[in-house]
Write a protein that binds this ligand. Structure first.
Ligand code: WT7
Length: 701
């Protein structure tokens, strides 16, 4: 165990060092970046000029004059004086060479329904026509905000790119969110137009989506924000699929309106590099959502550069990012990044295991996907549902990405060996909605991978780990602290929409030297805990708000969960704190099993044993609850605050943003009945402790 673990300001770290694994020579030979010297070129002494390499990937209407204006930290402008259009960069400039190449291949969830292949030429036509409609019919102009509440249909990127074409700031709300969550975002962004769809397919069902638009508009209305028009895309051509009625003068079908704009060309608006391209709201589950504001020039350059060098996308690749465009991953790595470098980007409407555990691999095989990008939660889900499925399909991945949360080494190995067939390089890309693109990852043509670690800082990014007092923890210290980024970079958010104070408070106040005009005095605080090993690789241990403090030992949820996942039968695990009179908090583990395994006492003991062996007796969970499923957000993250509330008999709070709210009651009945039988109902939980439990992990989206 670490010598520092009694120090409250640091998180104990008990990871065992994993081995380095080198991507194959075959991969390195064809990689977009295999220059062994590249890291030196991007070292801090060359800051900020090295980011010219990224801006050179973009076509500028007018070249920039000054690479970085950092005179007013932490507000920065990149590529100052430059002018460009994101839609032009993602479409028009590729037409000559790649006009007939698919830009998107959209795969509907129903396997009998044909794919929609949209070439760059077709994308050009559809984006131009829709942009004309937005300008003429909706009277939208550069700088206006529009809220999109759309599912994974091809019209979503078309809508985004049409907005970008005329300088309108889009704010896409994840389709799985409720109408009132959408309404909150309409209010904050002051959108007069809502763009939605009538329905979409999910897990074999056609979900009514337009009903949420009605709820969103009335919610916004009751707060004084008047939505003038609702534009509705139809999931099925010529067929309206929703139970909601059309409000005359407010609701309009896009396909009908588009008839008047057939063949129209809309010139791309030349935007300033620092004009906002979009807003993406991140929701803590309790606090007001933050409108993360991204720029045009900095963001697009960063998305393009990281797509090229880290995802290794070449125009001839078939690239599938299995995420939802409603999250930043989809914005940067389904739409803006890949399209800016002329990729073919696959979009899938549905769930990974519909209609069976082989679906994902069938899509990969059929479309010849060679780059695959997804999140640990999807990987775990696929591993749980069909650990042997990938072997049955003949796809060839050269590269795979994992993103969104720490991946347990156990799960990483399955991904590498079974999904990647030991041929695909893996990049574990660490970043956030706020960072615009990857900030920690290995460079696959140059650096080896390490299971469970994201790797070093991405090109031009200089992460540091600070303890609670702002002291830097050196590599190999064995302790975890707050991972911060010491320098500005082009993909970083500009501010929180309309709330610069909150921007400073949330991301800088902790360590900044206020009043200083030097960027060096304003490290960007990610809010994540991490350790750095002596080789410079970072390992993220989870959000700092989900650390479990057992008798003064601060345990990261991730390491408890990783240890639980070393037990063969365990498919998923979540660790939460339970209030304990003696130790303050003790961990409780919630697990679900892989198919073919029955719940029994042995599994529970094995999990306790694995945690004791991997971390130490201090971490031994008081209970291991075996449940059929765990409550998850739309983006697939386990919502630990809900099960933490259950374990401590406090109110579970808002569950409307869960993808599977129905599991909550079952888990609650089961766990609380068991605890009642054992006489373990916590007494006298103070208001502060109750708030801590309710907030536990609440920065997870
Ligand atoms: C949080 C950001 C980044 C796009 C999707 C999520 C966690 C993200 C990793 C990774 C360990 C990761 C962090 C971060 N996270 N990627 N590779 N390894 N943790 O975006 O919803 O803004 O969440 O996700 O805790 O702060 P987000």
């Amino acid at each position: 165990m670490s010598k520092n673990e009694n120090n409250e300001s640091q998180i104990a770290s008990h990871w065992k060092e994993e081995e380095l694994i080198h991507p194959s020579n075959l991969f390195a030979k064809q990689a977009n970046m295999s220059d062994k010297n590249i890291k030196n070129k991007f070292s801090l002494e060359n800051f900020p000029n090295y980011f010219k390499e990224y801006s050179d990937l973009i076509s500028w209407d007018k070249e920039w004059d000054n690479i970085l204006d950092s005179s007013n930290p932490p507000f920065y402008n990149w590529f100052v004086g430059g002018k460009l259009n994101a839609s032009y960069n993602c479409i028009d400039r590729h037409l000559l060479k790649y006009g007939d190449k698919p830009a998107f291949i959209w795969v509907p969830e129903e396997e009998s329904e044909p794919d929609q292949v949209i070439t760059y030429n077709e994308l050009y036509k559809r984006v131009n026509e829709f942009a004309a409609l937005l300008k003429d019919f909706c009277k939208l102009k550069s700088g206006d905000r529009v809220t999109l509440h759309m599912p994974m249909i091809p019209e979503l990127p078309i809508t985004m790119l049409a907005c970008a074409r005329i300088g309108v700031i889009h704010s896409q709300v994840f389709g799985g969110f409720s109408g009132s969550a959408c309404g909150d975002r309409i209010i904050d962004s002051e959108s007069k137009i809502l763009i939605t769809a009538d329905s979409y397919c999910r897990n074999g069902k056609l979900l009514d989506h337009k009903v949420k638009a009605d709820e969103a508009v009335s919610h916004a209305n009751s707060n004084g924000t008047d939505v003038e028009k609702v534009l509705i895309w139809k999931r099925y051509q010529d067929k309206y699929s929703s139970s909601s009625s059309i409000v005359q003068g407010r609701d309009f079908f896009v396909d009908e309106l588009l008839k008047s704009y057939e063949g129209q060309i809309t010139e791309p608006e030349s935007m300033n590099s620092d004009d906002p391209l979009f807003l993406m709201y991140t929701s803590g589950t309790t606090a007001k959502p933050k409108g993360i504001q991204h720029s045009t020039g900095g963001y697009l350059s960063y998305a393009a550069g990281t797509s090229k060098y880290y995802q290794d996308i070449h125009p001839e690749d078939v690239y599938w990012c299995f995420a939802d465009i409603g999250w930043i991953t989809g914005h940067s790595y389904i739409v803006y990044g890949p399209l800016s470098i002329a990729a073919t980007s696959v979009m899938y409407e549905g769930v990974p295991t519909y209609p069976d555990a082989g679906r994902t691999w069938r899509i990969a095989e059929r479309l010849n996907v060679n780059i695959f990008h997804t999140a640990p939660t999807t990987i775990r889900m696929l591993r749980k549902a069909g650990p042997d499925e990938p072997a049955k399909y003949k796809y060839n991945f050269k590269l795979m990405t994992t993103v969104g949360e720490p991946i347990e080494p156990e799960v990483w190995r399955w991904y590498y060996e079974v999904v990647g067939k030991k041929e695909a390089a893996i990049v574990d890309t660490y970043w956030q909605t706020e960072t615009g693109g990857f900030i920690g990852t290995t460079l696959p043509g140059v650096e080896p991978m390490k299971p469970g670690s994201c790797g070093p800082g991405a090109l031009g990014i200089s992460p540091i780990i600070l303890d609670e007092n702002g002291k830097e923890l050196p590599p190999g210290s064995g302790s975890a602290g707050n991972i911060c980024i010491s320098n500005p970079w082009p993909g970083r958010m500009q501010t929180i929409w309309k709330d610069p104070e909150r921007f400073i408070d949330t991301y800088f106040a902790k360590y900044a030297i206020k009043g200083s005009k030097k960027w060096q005095d304003w490290p960007y605080v990610t809010g994540d805990g991490a350790t750095q090993s002596s080789d410079g690789y970072f390992r993220i241990v989870g959000r700092l708000d989900d650390v479990i403090n057992v008798a003064g030992h601060r345990l990261g949820t991730k390491e408890l969960e990783s240890a639980a996942l070393t037990v063969q039968s365990v498919g998923e695990a979540a660790a939460v704190p339970a209030v304990d009179a003696l130790k303050g908090r003790v961990p409780e583990l919630y697990i679900s099993l892989k198919p073919g395994y029955e719940n029994n006492e042995k599994i529970i003991n094995d999990v306790k044993q694995a945690i004791t062996a991997n971390i130490g007796p201090i971490a031994r969970p008081s209970h291991v609850w075996v449940t059929s499923d765990l409550p998850k957000t739309g983006s697939g993250k386990i919502m630990r605050r809900v099960i933490a509330a259950i374990s401590n008999f406090v109110d579970v709070g808002d569950t409307t943003t869960l993808a599977n709210p129905e599991v909550v009651q079952d888990i609650q009945n089961f766990v609380q009945n068991e605890k009642k039988k054992l006489g373990e109902i916590p007494q006298d939980i103070s208001k502060e402790v109750e708030e801590e439990i309710k907030r536990f992990g609440s920065q997870d989206n």
